[in-house]
Design a protein around this ligand. Structure first.
Ligand code: AMP
Length: 396
């Protein structure tokens, strides 16, 4: 089966053509500068081509992707008919989607109704969907939501302690994000352990970071909230913060709430504390050279992640497995070691030799560790392709 996975942003569109069973990616790429001019970067194996192609809208971007996929030199298919289905990443499914969904008019309407919850991403995701529908009207399309995996949280985890009317009238609650990644890692952990009935905490640590408390494969709590701003500090996002900070800054500096939120989303996190970079490689480099601000940024990040692990251990009444994933979680031995140093009280013991590896799926705890600790590289595209194939096959 060939599934085309699409992740449409406001001016960009990432794609992968993959086999959902093997995970083999036959081609992948990126359309950038949509609405500005348009550039396509297309990769097949190690071969990469970059082409400037006018992309006044997402439709031209999708058309360019389909054209290059069928190109006699650069392509990997002879006809669009070889694409069995398209899986779209959609940011916010609100309370309407607890699972992935075959795209029809009702699904599109529901995604539209979630725009107030995901004002930046959902419109872009919809543009990607509509553009695909226009150029490949007979190919089934599936929406896979970043929020869906978290819909199993109990009310005590998802409700905010604010007046009920905001929940009942406006759907204000914790939703959580990175759901596709948390779901992939949870499934992979179950496959690796050969069982499903265990308690796990997944640490998705990348440029954006979130933790997820998972019991028997289901999300019980997660650190992001109504938006991806909440939780641990991230590359440029502040993470959890007292709402009065917003009031204080807006009043003192004459900022609007939107301006203040832009600062908290784009100029905060480890970038703000280090005054150097949002990239953990730069922070580790600064740390090696004794840069106090980089050291504080890293310490704050490790400390907050460890605090969440402690909180989720309490929430789950124990933990059997801790998993690390995403850019920093997969590639940061120091990050994993320092976070796990906080967890001695849980009987967590890391094997330094195993932990020194980067980007490899493996157990990094010692045989006598009371909690198994794993690195499981995430693969959101594969999860999207698998969900898409599952739904499309079931509908046949
Ligand atoms: P992601 O958002 O999952 O793509 O993660 C991106 C982040 O992963 C980057 O900002 C880096 O800080 C981090 N990262 C990637 N490779 C490494 C590495 N080899 N060592 C430490 N951090 C890394």
């Amino acid at each position: 089966m060939n599934i085309l996975v699409i992740n449409a942003g406001s001016s960009s569109l990432k794609y992968q053509l993959m086999d959902p069973e093997t995970g083999d990616v036959s081609a992948k790429g990126l359309c950038e500068r949509i609405y500005i001019d348009g550039r396509l970067t297309h990769k097949v194996g190690d071969k990469k081509v970059v082409k400037d192609i006018p992309m006044p809208t997402h439709s031209e971007a999708i058309a360019a992707v389909l054209e290059i996929l069928q190109d006699p030199q650069e392509g990997v298919i002879k006809s669009v008919d070889e694409i069995d289905a398209v899986g779209h990443r959609v940011l916010h499914g609100g309370m309407k989607f607890s699972d992935s969904c075959i795209i029809d008019d009702a699904c599109i309407k529901a995604i539209e109704e979630c725009i107030p919850l995901g004002p930046l991403h959902n419109p872009a995701n919809l543009m990607g969907i509509r553009a695909c529908q226009a150029v490949m009207p007979n190919t089934p399309q599936v929406a896979v939501f970043d929020t869906a995996f978290h819909m199993t949280m109990p009310p005590k985890a998802y409700r905010y302690a604010i007046p009920t009317e905001y929940y009942e009238n406006d759907d204000i609650r914790r939703y959580g994000f990175h759901g596709t990644s948390h779901k992939y890692v949870a499934r992979r952990a179950a496959a690796l352990l050969g069982k499903t009935d265990f308690k796990m905490i997944n640490c998705h640590l990348g440029n954006g970071s979130s933790l997820c408390a998972i019991e028997n494969g289901k999300c019980m709590d997660t650190s992001m909230g109504l938006s991806p701003l909440a939780g641990v500090p991230m590359g440029t996002r502040c993470g959890d913060i007292d709402a009065c900070v917003v009031q204080f800054i807006c009043n003192k500096y004459g900022m609007s709430v939107d301006e203040c939120l832009t600062m908290l989303n784009k100029k905060s996190g480890v970038l703000a504390l280090s005054e150097k970079s949002s990239d953990f490689r730069d922070l580790e480099d600064g740390e090696k050279h004794g840069d106090e601000k980089c050291i504080l940024a890293l310490q704050k990040f490790f400390y907050e992640v460890a605090k969440y692990i402690g909180a989720y251990t309490a929430a789950l009444n124990g933990v059997d497995v801790i998993t690390f994933t995403a850019g920093v979680g997969e590639n940061g031995p120091e990050t994993r070691q320092t976070i796990c140093d906080y967890l001695g009280y849980l009987g967590v013991k890391i094997d330094p030799e195993k932990n020194s590896k980067r980007g490899k799926e493996m157990c990094i705890s010692t045989p006598d560790s009371k909690v198994q600790v794993w690195v499981i590289p995430t693969n959101e595209e594969l999860m999207i392709a698998q969900d898409t194939a599952e739904l499309v096959n079931a509908a046949k």
